[in-house]
Design a protein around this ligand. Structure first.
Ligand SMILES: Cc1cc2nc3c(=O)[nH]c(=O)nc-3n(C[C@H](O)[C@H](O)[C@H](O)COP(=O)(O)O)c2cc1C
Length: 450
């Protein structure tokens, strides 16, 4: 294999003899980055993170240092740090592995971030289903406190911060940062309108709040260890560090692969790392970055210009694994949770699954999302049950177009994007499925998804 993994976050995950306790973590250089950060001024730590070019790993890829710079530090209100360990995006399972196998990385990154932004209270919001994950994090916090790495006057300094693990009820929208904040406040997890509720200004308890993904916290630890400038050398301009690709679906070796940003392509990920398609099968499509990112079809050509002006003309297999390249192909790197579909899958069934998920998870606040997701789900199920109409692909698209961009939070995009990408790309197949099901003909697709 020409490209190898480059493990920063998963350096010790899965290593024989490596255990998720503090003694093992300390033996492997744990909490040295925290000590380094404490020898710096908080604003110097912020500068290192900005210089590193780190982008958040929660899905939107927002630059972490820039987010921290938006904090309203003049309000006189307490500052909060909220770590998002909800990980509800279908196809995404990268944070869970850090929590289960190396939780102190998240705790160390959380402490560094809290210090950098001068938060006195941090929360880790974890989805309720990760029962053991919450216990591991609580254990890690207790271990760190026992060694004066967390809590009162950390490492003999004047700085104190508490970290509380909060279990969510298990709801996709509670992963959205403002829905999460509402839920953390003990309310129904309805996302808030921005403006005015930008968390860095009006967040938890209407105080300035930074919400960052759990892996982003682990990355911060490495930024401080290496220094911002060194970290920025990993990856490509515009996307530094590593990405953890969590591949699932119809490949020989699904799993988590940590790869330097931009240093491999989807072809290498799927064929070299994941062993290629199952025997006798051909790849058909991927959903590249968690279920809400736009689908990419094998055989399509992707042409355009990168932000640096470079023109490209790629097959799906050629797309480099970095945020800017993937975005230039009309989709997103998202959480790196790549779902692989092969030629045994009937696309309308795959779409019906996604539509059902988003219809179930809409919080119902915004009419386009509440009604639109429901109708999308009903129509795609109708097609699957053999009662589809020739006009259904156009109808699906029309509904999706009326949801995206018209909602309080990006759940609306998550509802619309699978439809807006899959329907035009697989229109002929949808029409075939509708005709065949109506005529009662045998389906050539062997995998039953619904
Ligand atoms: C519907 C929805 C669900 C989301 N779920 C998660 C999640 O489970 N975990 C996460 O980190 N971010 C999730 N996000 C993104 C968060 O709103 C936010 O952008 C992220 O936590 C910021 O962290 P980062 O800057 O470190 O990437 C979700 C967004 C939306 C719209």
């Amino acid at each position: 294999m020409s490209v190898q993994e480059r493990r920063l976050i998963y350096a010790n995950v899965g290593k024989p003899g490596y255990t998720p306790d503090i003694d093992c973590y300390l033996k492997h250089g744990g909490y040295e980055a925290l000590k380094k950060a404490f020898a710096m001024k908080p604003e110097e730590v912020c500068k290192e993170v900005t210089a590193s070019g780190l982008r958040g790993r929660g899905g939107a890829g927002f630059p972490t240092g820039m987010k921290w710079s938006f904090l309203d530090r003049k309000s006189g209100k307490p500052i909060y740090l909220v770590v998002n360990a909800d990980e509800s995006e279908p196809g995404t399972y990268k944070d869970r592995q850090i929590i289960y196998f190396d939780p102190h990385q998240i705790i160390e990154g959380t402490l560094i971030t809290a210090y950098a932004i001068q938060a006195k209270q941090a929360f880790i919001y974890i989805r309720g289903e990760f029962q053991n994950g919450a216990k591991y994090l609580e254990k890690a916090i207790a271990e760190a406190k026992a060694k004066n790495l967390c809590g009162d006057k950390i490492l003999g300094s004047d700085y104190s911060v508490e970290i509380v693990v909060h279990r969510g009820g298990g709801c996709y929208v509670c992963g959205e940062e403002t829905g999460l904040i509402e839920s953390l406040e003990g309310k129904r997890g309805y996302p808030r309108i921005k403006p005015p509720y930008f968390p860095a200004v009006l967040g938890l308890y209407n105080c300035p709040t930074i919400v960052n993904n759990a892996e982003t916290m682990a990355q911060v630890k490495h930024v401080v260890s290496l220094g911002g400038a060194e970290f920025a050398k990993i990856g490509v301009p515009g996307d530094s560090g590593t990405h953890i690709w969590g591949v699932s679906g119809l490949v020989k070796k699904p799993g988590l692969y940590e790869i330097e940003a931009g240093k491999a392509t989807f072809g290498q990920l799927l064929n070299d790392f994941c062993g290629g398609p199952l025997d006798g099968r051909k790849f058909k499509a991927i959903i590249p970055g968690g279920s809400s990112t736009k689908i990419l079809k094998f055989g399509e050509r992707f042409k355009g210009k990168l932000p640096n002006g470079t023109e490209f003309d790629w097959a799906l297999e050629d797309i480099p694994l970095d945020s800017n390249s993937i975005a230039a192909c009309g989709t997103g790197l998202g959480t790196g949770g790549t779902i692989v579909l092969d030629d045994s899958v009937e696309m309308i069934q795959a779409l019906a699954n996604l539509n059902a998920f988003y219809a179930h998870e809409t919080c119902g606040q915004c009419t386009p999302c509440r009604e639109g997701s429901l109708w999308l789900s009903r129509i795609s199920k109708r097609v699957c049950s053999g009662k589809g109409r020739e006009e259904d692909p156009a109808l699906l698209l029309d509904i999706a177009n009326q949801v995206a961009g018209r909602t309080i939070c990006a759940h609306g995009e998550a509802v619309a994007w699978p439809v807006q990408s899959a329907v035009p790309k697989f229109k002929d197949e949808y029409l075939d499925s509708i005709r065949r099901a109506k005529a009662g003909e045998q389906s050539p697709y062997t995998l039953k998804l619904i």
